[in-house]
Design a protein around this ligand. Structure first.
Ligand SMILES: Nc1nc2c(c(=O)[nH]1)N[C@H]1C(S)=C(S)[C@@H](COP(=O)(O)OP(=O)(O)OC[C@H]3O[C@@H](n4cnc5c(=O)[nH]c(N)nc54)[C@H](O)[C@@H]3O)O[C@H]1N2
Ligand SMILES: Nc1nc2c(c(=O)[nH]1)N[C@H]1C(S)=C(S)[C@@H](COP(=O)(O)OP(=O)(O)OC[C@H]3O[C@@H](n4cnc5c(=O)[nH]c(N)nc54)[C@H](O)[C@@H]3O)O[C@H]1N2
Ligand SMILES: [Mo]
Length: 740
């Protein structure tokens, strides 16, 4: 999130595209409702389903899945034409918007109507209200990301905000609602396979910086890889690990894994059965030599597999049985305190990992900087301190355990609309949770990113200078006169390095300082660069232009491409998918070759959309093991429009088979509702335990079977993975239905 949930109360218009916060973020949604009630804010919802969020909307558009790029280009087409663009913001703080203008010109309301299914009139009404009611924020979540073009979706929405000058302002920004508890913290800590903690690139410079900060030899680190060069390569993703054990067998995608297949899987805190193409996941599990599931519940990966040996369930403690820092959706840090000691024989996740490291023989290296002389670890404070010591890239430097605990103890003394600590309290002048970047231990955190109306020491900053100083001869730094308030440089400036700090800040370093200082702001273990920058009101990461063109991507600007399985074969020809991508996170991945291989829509004419229910979460076992939550939705079902149901002779409560183009099928109960259109069905993905008609729940150890189980939506989600991130296309696929 560039801004925060409370800041949504400062919005005058809220554009929700691909998110259903009334169901999935019901506490956060309170702020949306307050914005409506207190601020007269207009709520706009674009979703293929008429959701509970849509029920609260002033404007609603029912969009065909996977066509959000045409919709937003359509908006920009009208914005440029009507003079609603913020040309000053565009010229001073952005790069490449002219390319966007050209592409937007193609997307007239009529073309948009044909591709998205949204009437031209609705597009016009929504565009006018959003473009002229400022400030406005954009909100999205999985409705935009779970597509082959998910990463392009996540670029076009911020571009829309740049064009409107809605970025870097309170009440504006891009409020991307994160999913799990601490998912922001998890991604900050490198759960992605292509980076180190803090999003440091997996290159030699970063590895050497980490080696130094961890107190271990770089050569030792590198020696743990099968060959030195594998240290720099991305790993498998969660979406596609199962291709690893299958290793190209049975027509599965070939892998590139140093000549070997994947033998063992260690799962800690993921449901596994939430993964797309679950029949493949099952095949992957069956082909493992070793499966370890560290989970407070019986992870259903162990239930759906036919594997009979070498499956170990490690009882993890829950988050109530441990303490430490986590990160909220808005980049705020939060301190958690243990409520009870771990029950029975369970162990906390960090203990499990420490024990694993001991047995693998690198406990000493793993804990070197967090142990005292007697080998004792002050947990979790020492871990938080290590993180704040190392992760400069996103500004975690100011997150000491003491400051986070102070916020925990005084959480009632912050203003919810600004996050500012109230005067006369122990948190005066600080923002709740010190939202990153929090550059130093004196910095108050940054509630809204890219806001130049504030001094850096009060949370202000420009855009990050991340991609060099010029591109195609165009300067990438912000224009003269644009800089955070009270900054020593009144205009753009580069990211700060040891080499340029004296020139940019107008200071002189002592020899001792130069000796201690790291080469760049992100690898300066001494913290001197950040401190000097704060004194001069400078954001260490620079003050640059936001770019609309990503010159290293296949689509340099976001382009519409039809889902791999599109109901519109004519449009799949006109807007084809990407070229197939070999070695995409180690797996050869199909796009165009699959999309163009068959007229899928002929045999599978119905759109398949998957998503969430308010009473269940993720893979769902945690909640299906609760009698009361399970009772709300005791069985797996499909939402079907009455008109579609009629065509198939289905009544409410009838059983229906759903077939996917992959050749898989599930049998579920039909629930007749008007929230879906007649050309689509909706499936919740929180069930599993039955695989294509086969009940596997006898595999549950005695006494652990949940109160509800059923077929998994993911057994019929189609092949398709984002071109950059590899997130599965679980929001855009096809199916066929038949009365069971
Ligand atoms: N109760 C509950 N709350 C949760 C979770 C849960 O499982 N249960 N999970 C948490 C997690 S991990 C996450 S990531 C978040 C996710 O939160 P959301 O993203 O809000 O969750 P979804 O229901 O998956 O999808 C949101 C909406 O996207 C719509 N959609 C589908 N395809 C498209 C499309 O092509 N374009 C547009 N514009 N919309 C589309 C769907 O119809 C759906 O209403 O929720 C979190 N909160
Ligand atoms: N079809 C379809 N599939 C989807 C999605 C979709 O919209 N459609 N959404 C996707 C998204 S966004 C997400 S995030 C995933 C969610 O999918 P998962 O990550 O699988 O979601 P959870 O069920 O929350 O899984 C968490 C697991 O961790 C365990 N757990 C809970 N607390 C702890 C703990 O403290 N320690 C340990 N070790 N384990 C713990 C739980 O018991 C559970 O087994 O699903 C994805 N799959
Ligand atoms: Mo998620």
């Amino acid at each position: 999130m560039t801004n925060h949930l409370g800041d949504i109360q400062n919005s005058k218009s809220i554009f929700v595209i691909g998110s259903n916060p009334a169901v999935n973020h019901p506490v956060g949604f309170r702020h949306f409702l307050k914005a409506k009630e207190n601020n007269g804010a207009k709520l706009i919802v674009v979703d293929p389903r008429y959701t509970r969020t849509a029920a609260k909307a002033d404007y609603y558009a029912q969009i065909r899945p996977g066509t959000d790029i045409p919709f937003m280009y359509g908006m920009m087409n009208l914005i440029f034409q009507n003079g609603w663009a913020d040309e000053k913001f565009i010229s001073e703080r952005t790069y490449g918007i002219d390319e966007i203008r050209k592409e937007a010109a193609n997307w007239t309301p009529e073309v948009v109507e044909d591709v998205t299914g949204v009437p031209a009139q609705t597009l016009k009404e929504i565009t006018k209200i959003f473009a002229t009611t400022k400030p406005g924020c954009v909100v999205w979540a999985m409705g935009l990301t779970q597509h082959t073009i998910g990463s392009s979706n996540t670029r076009i929405a911020p571009i829309l905000q740049l064009v409107l000058g809605n970025m870097g302002v309170s009440g504006g920004g891009c409020n991307i609602l994160r999913g799990h508890d601490n998912v922001q913290g998890a991604s900050d800590m490198a759960n992605a396979p292509d980076s180190l903690p803090g999003y440091y690139a997996k290159n030699e410079g970063s590895w050497k910086y980490f080696a130094k900060m961890w107190g271990v030899d770089y050569e030792w680190l590198q020696g743990n890889f099968v060959k030195p060069e594998w240290m720099f390569k991305p790993g498998f993703t969660l979406a596609r690990w199962w291709a690893g054990p299958l290793d190209g067998k049975n027509g599965n995608d070939p892998i590139n894994n140093a000549g070997d297949s994947l033998k063992a899987l260690f799962v800690i805190g993921n449901g596994v059965t939430s993964t797309a193409q679950q029949a493949k996941v099952q095949e992957g599990l069956d082909n493992l030599e070793l499966l370890i599931l560290a989970d407070p519940f019986v992870n259903e990966a162990g239930i759906i597999t036919n594997k009979k040996d070498n499956i170990f369930l490690l009882p993890s403690a829950t988050q109530f049985e441990t303490s430490g820092s986590v990160v909220a959706t808005n980049r705020s840090g939060q301190w958690r305190s243990k409520v009870i000691e771990p029950m029975y024989e369970s162990k906390t996740d960090h203990e499990i990992l420490f024990e694993l490291a001991k047995r693998l023989g690198f406990y000493d290296e793993l804990t070197r900087t967090i142990r005292d002389e007697n080998g004792k670890i002050e947990w979790p404070e020492a871990a938080t301190r290590e993180i704040s010591n190392i992760v400069k890239s996103i500004g975690l430097t100011g997150w000491t355990p003491e400051r986070l605990k102070n916020h925990q103890e005084n959480w009632d003394k912050f203003d919810e609309k600004t996050l500012l600590g109230k005067p006369g309290t122990p948190v005066e002048g600080e923002y709740y949770g010190l939202p990153w970047p929090c550059w130093t231990t004196e910095h108050p955190g940054s509630p809204n990113l890219y806001d130049v109306s504030k001094p850096v020491m009060k949370g202000g900053m420009g855009f990050r200078n991340r991609f060099g100083l010029e591109h195609n001869g165009v300067n990438q730094l912000a224009a003269d006169g644009v800089a955070p308030l009270e900054s020593a440089v009144n205009g753009g400036y580069p990211e700060i390095t040891k080499a340029n700090i004296e020139a940019v800040l107008g200071i002189k370093l002592t020899d001792e300082e130069r000796e201690k200082m790291g080469n760049t702001w992100a690898t300066d273990g001494s913290g001197l660069i950040a401190q000097k920058c704060m004194q001069k009101g400078i954001a260490p990461y620079g003050n640059a232009r936001a770019r609309a063109i990503v010159w290293t991507f296949v689509d340099q600007i976001p382009k519409h491409r039809e889902p791999i399985h599109s109901p519109r074969t004519d449009l799949a020809k006109k807007y084809p998918s990407f070229k197939d991508k070999p070695n995409h996170y180690r797996v050869d991945t199909k796009y165009e070759s699959l999309q163009q291989s068959s007229d899928f829509a002929k045999d599978f004419p119905i759109n398949l959309v998957t998503g969430r229910l308010v009473n269940l979460n993720g893979a769902g076992l945690e909640n299906r093991a609760s009698k009361y939550l399970a009772r709300i939705t005791p069985e797996m079902f499909a939402d079907i429009h009455p008109d579609l149901a009629k065509k198939h002779d289905l009544k409410d409560g009838d059983m229906v088979w759903i077939f996917s183009p992959e050749g898989t099928k599930i049998k579920v109960k039909a629930r007749l509702v008007h929230s879906v259109s007649p050309d689509m069905i909706f499936l919740p993905f929180h069930f599993t335990g039955v695989m294509q008609g086969v009940d596997m729940t006898a595999n549950f150890p005695d006494g652990t079977k949940p109160y509800a189980w059923g077929e998994s939506a993911n057994t019929v989600t189609n092949y398709g993975y984002d071109i950059v991130t590899q997130i599965p296309e679980t929001k855009g696929g096809l199916c066929r239905i038949q009365k069971a």
